[in-house]
Design a protein around this ligand. Structure first.
Ligand code: SIN
Length: 192
């Protein structure tokens, strides 16, 4: 069996975060709808200059090393605004987060904005473009077919898209890219 690609070692000493200080974490994908970590506070937030893209292979959550699924990363685009959730977390939950996000994500600090106009640096996991896990695919139909047929230890890949789309509706923050992918997946369900 092939091994899951891991960024654990790369992330260990990235950013030099103060272990005695709580920090903000910004989630734009599964971190919005699957909150399996403790937090002190949670608020809707957005990140300027980035948009969501399903350009990360998933060998450990929504696929396997032999048959990877697809999960999100962020792509820079100057006019874009990516809405998500920010959580204030204790340093002690970082090990579990690094493990959860190990399949190709690197820790970054980015300034995220809140509805009241304030901004704060937040930890964001963004796909490492230099790894085999990063795979650009611009055709949404091709992505939908891949996602429709993938499954991994965290469940069916299509549920990642459905749960995220619902969470964005609940937040009242539509994302055309996610909704287009969701619509393609629903069409595939009808054909089945
Ligand atoms: C995130 O949700 O912020 C990172 C990508 C993911 O784990 O789905």
């Amino acid at each position: 069996m092939s091994e899951v690609y891991s960024t654990i070692e790369k992330n260990k000493n990235r950013l030099n975060l103060d272990p005695n200080q709580a920090i903000w974490l910004f989630g734009y994908g599964s971190i919005i709808f699957k909150v399996d970590f403790e937090y002190l506070e949670a608020k809707k937030a957005y990140l300027n200059g980035f948009e969501r893209r399903f350009w990360m292979a998933s060998e450990d959550h929504r696929g396997t090393p032999e048959s990877p699924g697809r999960v999100l990363t962020l792509q820079e685009r100057r006019q874009a605004k990516c809405f998500g959730m920010a959580y204030r977390i204790d340093h002690k939950v970082l090990d579990a987060l690094d493990l959860r996000e190990q399949n190709g994500y690197l820790r970054y600090l980015k300034s995220v904005s809140f509805a009241d106009g304030s901004a704060h640096d937040a930890l964001v996991y963004i796909g490492d473009k230099t790894t085999r896990i990063y795979q650009e695919e611009h055709d949404v139909k091709t992505l939908a077919e891949l996602i429709f047929n993938s499954v991994g230890p965290s469940g069916q890949n299509k549920d990642y898209v459905y749960e995220l789309a619902q969470a964005l509706r609940d937040l009242n923050e539509p994302d055309e890219y996610i909704f287009e992918l969701e619509a393609c997946l629903r069409k595939l369900e009808e054909i089945e």
